[in-house]
Design a protein around this ligand. Structure first.
Ligand code: F6R
Length: 350
């Protein structure tokens, strides 16, 4: 089923090209951040950073937060929705991320953040967000237009990290060299995961998930990646998917692995594994797999690759992105169009 002819038949808008060039996109995204004029930007560490965005744009914020880790000097809050917490103030750096620049929730929240006096940084390819940034003179990370937001993660994530590094927020992280490692690994993965490579991990995982409900488990430290897997399976694969995180799921969800039996046996569990998870969480993941295995339709472990946290997170993102792509082909779906999302946005406008 996963031969080149099938892929060409369903992937008529060439998602394959975007997947294959993700490593270059990450480098280009970093360079966009390096080129931003920061003159006049406040270099003091803000009280808090709020990153607002939805869907394929919002996930960039989650990954920024995951890369920043627990040593980051101020809280990072990823915000999805129309309302805005009252703590957003002149001491807040508000990063508004919308690939199209026209996402209703993000536009409303950036306007509220502006009214509450926050310092604003926009990340967009154009649209109303670009207009708002230009009108008020906010710095804007202008990224290339014309591709699906979720296939633009390198543009949505890397410029923010690059700007944070330049502003000195990322302290002892050496993101510049981490980027080199990540780009090299992602380029290698893009070769290994091509359709003509017969037994790649994404193809095997797509076969395992086909006809099942994908259940993605990860440690709390990897929640962004688990969410990305779910979103990509939803949007590319046109399939339901579910995710949850350890250790919290050990205190409730683990009990649910019994009923309804027809449903639990229709679930295929993937556990995303990475050394960022504390050793206690690693044990929990091993023991939980043993306890629930016989109730599931299968469990597999998916391991990150690389040394730096950035590389390891992006390695798992890449495996998930390619898996969702091959799942789309197995479901005979074109991975690129997201007709319901677009139809919903159209209807909301009227
Ligand atoms: C479509 C996609 C969506 C959008 C979301 C927000 O490829 O990934 O999840 O990202 O609807 O739109 P933007 O990113 O334009 O703000």
């Amino acid at each position: 089923m996963l031969n080149l002819a099938q892929i060409q038949q369903h992937d008529s808008e060439d998602m394959l090209h975007l997947l294959s060039t993700f490593s270059e996109q990450c480098r280009r995204g970093w360079e966009i951040g390096e080129a931003l004029d920061l003159a006049g930007c406040d270099e003091r560490i803000p009280n808090n950073i709020v990153i607002a965005g939805m869907g394929g744009s919002g996930i960039g914020g989650d990954l920024v937060k995951a890369v920043a880790g627990t040593e980051f000097p101020c809280p990072i809050i990823v915000h999805r929705g129309y309302t805005l917490p009252a703590f957003v103030s002149s001491q807040t750096l508000f990063v508004a991320v919308s690939y199209s620049g026209n996402t209703e929730e993000t536009l409303l929240s950036v306007k509220k953040a502006f009214a509450q006096g926050a310092k604003i940084l926009a990340v967009t390819s154009g649209g109303k967000l670009k207009g708002f940034a230009d009108a008020h003179g906010f710095p804007c990370l202008a990224i290339p237009a014309g591709q699906p937001p979720r296939a633009s993660l390198g543009y949505l994530l890397m410029p923010i990290l690059s700007v944070f590094a330049r502003l000195g927020y990322t302290l002892d992280l050496n993101l510049q060299s981490d980027l080199e490692e990540a780009v090299a690994l992602l380029a290698r993965m893009a070769v290994d995961f091509q359709p003509d490579a017969p037994e790649s991990q994404p193809k095997q995982l797509a076969h395992a998930l086909h006809g099942k409900l994908p259940v993605i488990y990860a440690s709390q430290e990897l929640e962004a990646v688990a969410m990305r897997w779910k979103g990509q399976i939803n949007e590319n694969g046109k399939s339901l998917a579910y995710y949850s995180v350890y250790p919290e799921m050990n205190h409730n969800e683990i009990e649910g692995w019994k009923h309804p039996p027809a449903l639990t046996r229709s679930c295929h569990v993937l556990q995303l594994r990475d050394p960022a998870a504390p050793s206690q969480t690693q044990r929990r993941m091993d023991i939980t797999a043993e306890l629930i295995q016989s109730y599931t339709g299968g469990i597999a472990q998916v391991h990150s690759e690389g040394t730096s946290l950035l590389t390891r997170l992006l390695s798992l993102v890449a495996i998930g992105d390619w898996t969702s792509y091959y799942l789309a082909i197995l479901y005979e779906q074109n991975p690129t169009p997201v007709r319901r999302i677009e139809e919903l946005k159209r209807r909301l406008e009227t």
